[in-house]
Design a protein around this ligand. Structure first.
Ligand code: FAD
Length: 306
């Protein structure tokens, strides 16, 4: 049974439709809150929400609107606030939780409506267990990453698009903003991903993985040690429960052992192909197709074939 009202708060427009589709499957009424000017909000009218609030960020940070968002939520007798699980989103979620005098459940990976309640599941203990929880207060705040909900566009167009009337409350003053020079990759939107693990022997061999991704028209992601320990790829590229959660049509895992923390970020992929020289590697339990062998022999052959 659906609950009455969900607010979707997202500092990324890329995931808004997906979060609204998820909210729509759980609640009768969906209200979206975006951080943009009026023109930007108008362009998001078809995101799947019944109504849309926009918060201009020319002179304010998204989290400065937490109190104003909470005021809007309090107009409902009960509601759940779904916040996109970005770094900024987690800050916003914490502040909204305070203003609503309720708890925040972070990084949920499943939501289910039953008996007039919303139950949430999330991975705990480093990926070895799952908790199922619900809010005992009228309001609750959860953070949700991409790839958790089905991204089906609902066809719903927002009946009203309006600015949040309460003024933003700034806790800090922005001094300057410098663009990141490191290339950014949108793994969440990628339809095909080459997922590189510690089976890669040297940083320069990434070129081979990039060639495979190019031949597939896809992007390159990696396991945490490749980004965090080797520092061969940006931290924003690693997949897993503490990294990016993806849902491509095809994911090719190269030299990835398949530890539970990594699997948590890729297991919603439509098709997983694993290439690993160890036939007992756990990745094969999660793969649709497995190739036991040396990636240094298989990948060049694959590129040639493609
Ligand atoms: C709290 C916590 C959170 C974590 N979160 C994440 C997370 O979000 N994402 C994440 O990725 N990890 C995470 N980890 C780390 C995770 O537990 C694993 O250590 C990590 O995923 C292993 O990465 P890997 O598979 O690349 O490396 P390894 O486990 O070292 O596996 C390398 C694999 O490559 C294979 N191989 C070697 N050479 C070749 C070759 N030439 N051809 C083919 N195969 C080859 C080997 O057989 C092996 O299976 C987390 C850990 C903790 C404790």
């Amino acid at each position: 049974m659906a609950i009455s009202s969900i607010f979707v708060v997202s500092d990324s427009t890329d995931v808004l439709t997906e979060l609204c589709a998820g909210a729509r499957s759980l609640a009768n009424r969906v209200t979206a809150v975006v951080f943009s000017d009026e023109a930007g909000a108008n362009a998001l009218a078809g995101c799947g929400a019944d109504s849309l609030f926009f918060c201009p960020t020319a002179d304010a940070a998204p989290e400065d609107y937490a109190s104003a968002i909470a005021d809007e939520v309090k107009k409902e007798s009960s509601a759940i606030v779904i916040v996109y699980n970005s770094i900024r989103g987690r800050q916003i979620a914490g502040k909204i939780g305070v203003y609503l005098d309720t708890a925040v459940l972070s990084s949920i990976n499943e939501a289910e409506a039953a008996d007039d309640k919303l139950f949430f599941r999330r991975v705990v203990y480093g990926g070895t267990a799952q908790r199922k929880e619900y809010f005992t207060k009228p309001y609750g705040v959860v953070t949700v990453g991409s790839g958790i909900f089905e991204c089906n566009a609902t066809g719903q167009t927002a009946a009203s698009i309006s600015p949040l009337t309460a003024a933003p409350q700034a806790g800090v003053k922005l001094v300057s903003r410098n663009e990141k020079t490191e290339g950014t990759v949108n793994l969440v939107a990628a339809k095909r991903i080459v997922d590189v693990g510690r089976g890669l022997a040297a940083e320069e061999d990434l070129a081979m993985c990039r060639s495979l991704a190019e031949a597939l028209g896809g992007e390159v992601g990696c396991s945490r040690p490749v980004a965090e320990n080797n520092k061969w790829m940006p931290k924003s590229s690693y997949l897993g429960i503490t990294g990016v959660q993806v849902k491509p049509e095809l994911l090719i895992a190269l030299g990835v052992s398949g530890q539970v923390q990594h699997i948590g970020g890729i297991n919603k992929s439509k098709v997983i192909v694993a290439i690993n020289k160890d036939k007992a590697a756990p990745i094969f339990k999660n793969a649709d197709f497995g190739l036991v062998g040396d990636m240094y022999k298989i990948v060049p052959a694959l590129i040639e074939k493609l």
